[in-house]
Design a protein around this ligand. Structure first.
Ligand SMILES: Cc1cc2nc3c(=O)[nH]c(=O)nc-3n(C[C@H](O)[C@H](O)[C@H](O)COP(=O)(O)OP(=O)(O)OC[C@H]3O[C@@H](n4cnc5c(N)ncnc54)[C@H](O)[C@@H]3O)c2cc1C
Length: 530
């Protein structure tokens, strides 16, 4: 399939006017994370008419806070869940093929400190390769201690018993999300951020659409739709609650959130081009040290919590755990003073139960699709890597229920996203390479050579801010510095320093004042260690 060309930028006022048109949509999606955007693109690619609303910004929920690994899940292999791993490996291949500018293969090294580890993990990882088949990214290798030291400069050498090298994928999650949104829009979908689904339109016990509110103007619109998909991540239960009969008791929650923390430090703690994986820390968790966009990601944790904060704060023990464990595997232990940014995401873990009368399909992977009596389709769980397969399942359920007519699936398996072109390695600092074939469009904008922030050969240019407003639906400083450019995640203090300049440029592009203060407060949170 040909690489799609960049669509002309659509002004927001036009998007809001389209929301107000009197018409019926085939599919309406609530939530602009990986899951909802995947559904919107798949449905649009099959020729359905699609509208998607996201209450904040695309991927601002969980989908910008992942470890950024497109992976089969080595740990599911250990649990013997072969089908899940095989599917995720196929999906890993699809992501890397369709968006090579923001998703690429990455070598991992698992150092061994016990005599048996190299052989034990080596066998498992060769099985991982075999499952990937033609989608394999490179052969697993058993390494001597010397090779481990060469590939992982910065690894603790004392007690090293060799290691294993294998391949997986990594990506820029927030940029991939925006590309999904824009590619869906290029295929005719109406995709709007900063627009909340405030209630469902119910007639005769059936969901027939939703009421949305534009968060900027307060304008409300009623969207009629044959099928409504609830893809609100950890917030799906609030949307399911909108589907409750008057006077009916609240439903049991479907999601049990679990938070994961990442710490960002400088690359010199692990300066090579390989990531480090510790398959089993002292308390049985997996720990990653992954080079990404010029920095090193350390993480993550898995801590149940019962609130659903938009910006969850890390717990003291989580930060201590990551620093302590990283210190055990790196020759120079990072300290609290080395942390450039701390970010926290909530995993939407699905509880194993459904309402009576609802057709629950706990699929053989981690996600769940429920079609309620009212016809509301709820999808949650899973992982970023499998977003495309999840979308196919959602549409299959909607078609099986008769909400949509049957249309052939598999259309997004080989569907290049906007800008699709081989890029520079993702461990290099961010720059124009993340725009793929759209870099030419970016360079034509004013300020392509005026840099607000410089890192290596890349950084953040004035033109990138203009591009984000004109083409990527960025509406405020946070959209720009957290997700179009990942500076908040890479270096929160530097992001705060850039806030005023970015606000001024955005104001020029948007034609109204832009306040940098809320972003500065957020950046302070990303620097605060409990
Ligand atoms: C710490 C951590 C690390 C992870 N690492 C990886 C990894 O390396 N690889 C991988 O494959 N997966 C990873 N995952 C999993 C992956 O990130 C998630 O499975 C995925 O991002 C979930 O996407 P989602 O769209 O379901 O949820 P979200 O991204 O949260 O999207 C839901 C959206 O719905 C919006 N919304 C809510 N209510 C409304 C409303 N009323 N109206 C409109 N919009 C609404 C929210 O604002 C939100 O943006 C990780 C998860 C965590 C927490």
């Amino acid at each position: 399939m040909n690489t799609p060309t960049s669509p002309a930028a659509t002004p927001r006022s036009t998007l809001i006017a389209r929301l107000q048109e009197a018409r019926e949509w085939d599919v309406a999606v609530i939530g602009g994370g990986a899951t909802g955007l995947g559904v919107a693109l798949d449905a649009a690619a099959r020729g359905f008419s699609v509208v998607l609303v996201e209450s904040h910004d695309f991927s601002s929920g969980t989908s910008s806070r992942a470890t950024k690994l497109a992976h089969g899940g080595v740990r599911y292999l250990a649990q013997g869940d072969i089908g899940l791993v095989r599917e995720a490996l196929a999906e890993r291949g699809a992501i890397l093929a369709n968006a090579p500018h923001v998703a690429q293969r990455l070598p991992f090294v698992m150092p061994g400190y016990h005599w048996w580890e190299r052989g034990f993990y080596g066998v498992g990882l060769k099985a991982y390769d075999a499952l990937a088949g033609a989608r394999g990214l490179g052969a697993t290798e058993i390494l001597s201690s010397r090779r481990v030291r060469d590939l992982l400069p910065g690894v603790r050498e004392q007690g090293l018993w060799g290691g294993v090298k294998y391949w997986d994928g990594q990506f820029d999650d927030a940029r991939l999300a925006v590309l999904l949104a824009r590619t869906a829009a290029a295929r005719g979908a109406l995709v709007v951020n900063h627009c909340t689904a405030s209630s469902l339109l119910r007639e005769g016990g059936q969901v027939r659409g939703l009421i949305v509110r534009d968060n900027e103007t307060g304008i409300e619109a009623t969207l009629r739709s044959r099928c409504v998909i609830n893809a609100a991540g950890v917030w799906v239960d609030a949307v399911r609650d909108m589907d409750r009969e008057t006077g009916a008791p609240p439903r049991p929650a479907m999601v049990a959130p679990s938070q994961g923390v990442h710490l960002i430090v400088d690359r010199h703690f692990l300066p090579g081009t390989h990531a480090l994986l510790v398959p089993k820390t002292d308390d049985g968790r997996v720990l990653f040290a992954v080079p990404w966009l010029g920095k090193l990601i350390l993480g993550t944790t898995d801590t149940p919590r019962d609130d659903l904060a938009r910006e969850p704060a890390p717990f003291h023990d989580e930060v201590e755990f990551i620093l302590r464990e990283a210190g055990r595997y790196l020759s120079r232990a990072p300290t609290r003073a080395d942390v450039r940014s701390v970010w926290v995401g909530l995993r939407p873990l699905v509880k194993p139960s459904g309402d009576e009368g609802e057709s629950t399909k706990a699929l053989s992977r981690e996600h769940t699709v429920i079609v309620g009596r009212s016809g509301l389709v709820t999808v949650t769980g899973g992982k970023w890597t499998t977003y495309r397969a999840m979308a196919e399942d959602v549409l299959e359920q909607a078609m099986a229920r008769g909400l949509l007519e049957r249309r052939r699936g598999g259309v997004t398996a080989r569907l290049p996203l906007l800008g699709s072109a081989p890029g520079r390695p993702l461990w290099e600092p961010p720059g124009e390479h993340l725009y793929g074939s759209e870099a030419a469009l970016l360079r034509r904008l004013p300020g392509a050579d005026r840099w607000l922030w410089r890192d290596g050969g890349g950084g953040l240019s004035e033109a990138m801010v203009r591009f984000a407003v004109r083409h990527e639906m960025a509406r405020d400083v946070e959209d720009m510095l957290a997700r179009r450019c990942r500076l908040l995640f890479l270096d929160a203090a530097e992001a705060a320093r850039q806030a005023d300049a970015v606000a001024a440029l955005m104001a020029e592009e948007l034609g109204h004042a832009v306040d940098a203060a809320p972003f500065k407060a957020l950046a302070a949170q990303y620097l605060r260690l409990p």
